[in-house]
Design a protein around this ligand. Structure first.
Ligand SMILES: Cc1ncc(COP(=O)(O)O)c(C=O)c1O
Length: 482
């Protein structure tokens, strides 16, 4: 458990905080020259007054451990007792120079708040609420697993039984033909995207992504020096002709699509457009990444054919995961693609982490082949539909005419347009946090500031009306005419 001051202790809170920070300074977690987290951050994390943290910092200062710089923060002294004449590595510089760009600051803030405030109603994170996860089934499966004599590294493409099960699953649920040998198990769809970018592209390559899109929220595209070009998403998905225009200008190498119940818009690419995109890509030799974590959630059962099921020439790298249908914490995703690509990406993944952990793979294999899996999917679809309806009803009751949206037929997100274009996204975000609700601001998904995403699939059903009420209160407080 993360450290917190003990409110029952006789030692004053500021003193406990000073002692805790001192131990972290002395064991090198905050080395000489590094900066301590801000007063505001720590006060929020530990639910104490800023003056309490300030007193703790003062205590550290008088002990000669830190110095304070106006408008800069609190820095650990370079000459703390015992450090003598040592030269210290400049960790801040390493952090700034490192290969990966940091996440969007608003996304970082979201994770910070949901970790420290358990009462907050969380419409921000793209995962299932606990009432939609098959917890009992997972517990039963977990306790039935017999570990064999060997828990060595798994096959570099992933556990063989799991790949066989996924191959069956894709046939049953997505009408996709495959063999286990062309499947690579990954740590969620996120790692699959990461492996494709690192393993198949190089700096300067031109790729197209949807706008708005989940892909936009991944700084990896920019860390890798890719040139991303945007394809606006409408109700029926992107316009295929724009791919042609972009290709003529930039020579696209790859197209990243989330064509079914897209994150964040909930839009589904029309069948006709799917065929046209396959035709265009085969004419120009553009590879397609079909990111498909949501198609099974279709509330009315059957969903449109995946692009992979229509691809007979190996243009499509198909990605999916169990995050949106079982649980995000399992970290099971996969890529299906041409054998040479899978062999190479398995080799790259082996360089990252040797192999995927065995236990989640064993659980996932049993889950997907369980006789209760179908029932779970039926319950999931019903549960998501109830949440969607409740979210739509609550928004219509609270904010009719103030926001507009398209009602999705699957997935877990609702994409809303703020009709008042003058609303400041940052102010709205702050106001909502103050009122105990958090959502994903449009800018984190590549859109301008007029949009927000509500992930209703993340919220316990009973909390949805209250969450929307809190949001409505926050939004109305920023509209002068309300
Ligand atoms: C379209 C899309 N792709 C990939 C992911 C990554 O999910 P995971 O890595 O948990 O499978 C998400 C998560 O929100 C998503 O919406």
């Amino acid at each position: 458990m993360e450290w917190k001051p003990d409110r029952t202790s006789e030692i004053p809170l500021y003193k406990q905080i000073a002692n805790y920070l001192e131990s972290r300074i002395l064991n090198g977690e905050f080395p000489p020259g590094s900066r301590l987290p801000s007063e505001r951050y720590l006060a929020n994390q530990w639910k104490v007054n800023r003056s309490t943290v300030n007193n703790a910092f003062e205590e550290l200062r008088s002990a000669g451990l830190v110095h304070r710089i106006v408008e800069h923060g609190t820095e650990v002294n370079r000459d703390i007792p015992g450090s003598g004449t040592k030269q210290f590595p400049n960790w801040d510089m390493f952090v700034k120079q490192g290969y990966y760009s940091p996440n969007n600051p608003l996304n970082q803030k979201i994770y910070q708040f949901i970790r420290t405030d358990e009462q907050i109603i969380n419409f921000a994170i793209g995962e299932l609420s606990s009432d939609l996860q098959p917890i009992k089934l997972m517990q039963d499966i977990n306790s039935s697993i017999e570990l064999c004599n060997d828990l060595g590294y798994e096959h570099i493409q992933g556990n063989t039984t799991l790949r066989e099960t996924i191959s069956e699953h894709m046939k049953t649920y997505r009408n996709i033909e495959s063999t286990p040998s062309s499947i690579l198990i990954t740590s969620g769809a996120q790692q699959a995207i990461h492996l494709i970018i690192r393993g198949l592209l190089k700096p300067g390559d031109a790729v197209a992504i949807e706008d708005p899109s989940y892909a936009y929220s991944l700084p990896i595209f920019h860390s890798e020096g890719l040139n991303t070009h945007l394809l606006p998403v409408q109700n029926g998905g992107i316009d295929p002709d724009q791919i042609v225009a972009l290709h003529k200008k930039h020579r696209l190498k790859m197209l990243f699509l989330n064509p079914t119940y897209q994150n964040p818009t909930g839009a589904t690419l029309d069948l006709e457009k799917r065929c046209r995109i396959l035709e265009i890509c085969s004419k120009f030799g553009i590879a397609i990444v079909e990111d498909d974590p949501y198609s099974i959630t279709g509330y009315d059962g059957a969903s449109i054919d995946s692009m992979k099921s229509m691809d007979k020439d190996g243009f499509v790298l198909y990605i999916s995961s169990l995050t949106k249908i079982i649980a995000s914490g399992l970290r099971i995703g996969w890529i299906l693609g041409p054998q040479t690509v899978i062999n190479h990406l398995a080799d790259v993944k082996q360089q990252f982490d040797f192999s995927h952990p065995s236990l989640p793979q064993l659980i996932a294999a049993k889950l997907l082949s369980s006789k209760h899996f179908d029932e779970h999917i039926m319950r999931l679809r019903e549960g998501l539909k109830i949440k969607r309806n409740l979210t739509v009803r609550s928004l219509n009751n609270e904010l009719n005419g103030i926001i507009s949206f398209f009602v999705p037929k699957g997935g877990i997100h609702l994409w809303c347009k703020l009709n008042d274009e003058e609303i400041d996204e940052n102010l709205l975000f702050k106001e909502a946090l103050k009122n105990g609700v958090v959502f994903a601001p449009g800018s984190t998904l590549g859109s301008d500031h007029k949009y927000i995403r509500f992930t209703y699939g993340r919220v316990e059903t009973k909390s949805i009306p209250e969450g929307i009420r809190r949001f409505a209160q926050s939004l109305k407080s920023l509209i002068p005419t309300c």
